[in-house]
Design a protein around this ligand. Structure first.
Ligand SMILES: [Zn+2]
Length: 292
């Protein structure tokens, strides 16, 4: 069996289907594959717990459905990362606290050892992330897993949608400890590049983060916020956006206003789902899996 057959087999065993997008990794990835270190994690995003409206008449069930879908995978992911907008914002802090507490209880049913989070602007934009951090811990951090360096960025606690100089300095110091060939995976809520600033689909100082990441050979960014899967390169860096677990947004600029797409009762969960991200040899692949 060739290496690629082995990988297809891995995907099948894991119970993952859907469209696969590859981004290029270098020799470091090959070394990981040779060491049998291939693994996958799941990205979930934009669950907007607490949202009510015609854009999702199944609002109370969609997140639970996603948890059940991930629990049904034949191979559990090494970890699950939620890339923000865990809850739907509410002006009243007590309501936000209640939604975050309910969200936590629902996702606690995920059968994974390691559950990680970053905030979205719905979670952190109204109080600079204070309530979020009191319930979920630090809003930016890094960790290492099976040879890959993971960096979680907070580009939402600043109401202007910036990372900020202090965090950029932290990123610079964090990255400096790592070999240029080591695979790096970045998590952020907003896109780091200017996808569509008119709809707030950008990070004010995202270009500074991209500049810090560009010297590294193998960088993949996973983000949310735009409620649709989207795949784009900036130089060698691959950026993958996840589907939402509440409603779909239209393609950037395809209509005058950013407003949720209508719920389609004949295809109720189309465009809502999670991303399985698999390290394999030279590539980090994002497999988008819709809820059924
Ligand atoms: Zn958002």
């Amino acid at each position: 069996m060739g290496a690629s057959d082995g990988r297809r087999e891995f995907l099948k065993l894991a119970g993952l289907g859907g469209v696969v997008f590859a981004s290029s990794l270098g020799v470091w990835g090959q070394a990981l594959a040779a060491a049998g270190q291939d693994f996958f994690f799941v990205q979930m995003s934009d669950s907007h717990w607490g949202f009510e409206g015609p854009a999702n008449p199944e609002a109370k069930n969609t997140l639970k459905r996603a948890v059940a879908a991930v629990n049904a995978l034949k191979t559990p992911p090494d970890f699950v990362m939620f890339t923000g907008d865990l809850i739907h914002a509410a002006p009243d802090e007590a309501v936000r606290r209640q939604r975050m507490t309910e969200f936590k209880a629902i996702v606690a049913a995920l059968k994974v050892k390691d559950l990680r989070f970053i905030p979205g602007e719905n979670d952190a934009g109204l109080d600079g992330g204070e309530l979020y951090r009191s319930l979920f811990g630090a809003s930016n951090y890094s960790f290492d897993h099976k040879g890959v360096h993971f960096v979680a960025l907070d580009n939402v606690s600043d109401p202007n949608g910036a990372i900020g100089e202090e965090q950029l300095q932290w990123l610079r110091t964090d990255l400096a400890k790592h070999d240029k060939a080591q695979p790096i995976v970045v998590f952020a809520h907003r896109p780091l590049f200017d996808l569509y600033p008119a709809w707030d689909w950008a990070t004010k100082d995202g270009a500074k983060a991209i500049a810090l990441l560009t010297p590294y050979d193998n960088v993949t960014v996973f983000y949310g916020h735009i409620h649709q899967d989207h795949h784009q390169m900036t130089g060698k860096i691959a950026h993958h956006a996840a589907d939402s677990l509440m409603w779909r947004f239209p393609v950037a600029g395809s209509q005058p206003k950013r407003a949720p797409l209508a719920w389609d009762a004949t295809h109720p969960y189309a465009g809502l789902g999670y991303t399985a991200a698999q390290s394999e040899g030279k590539a980090f692949k994002a497999t988008v899996t819709a809820l059924a």
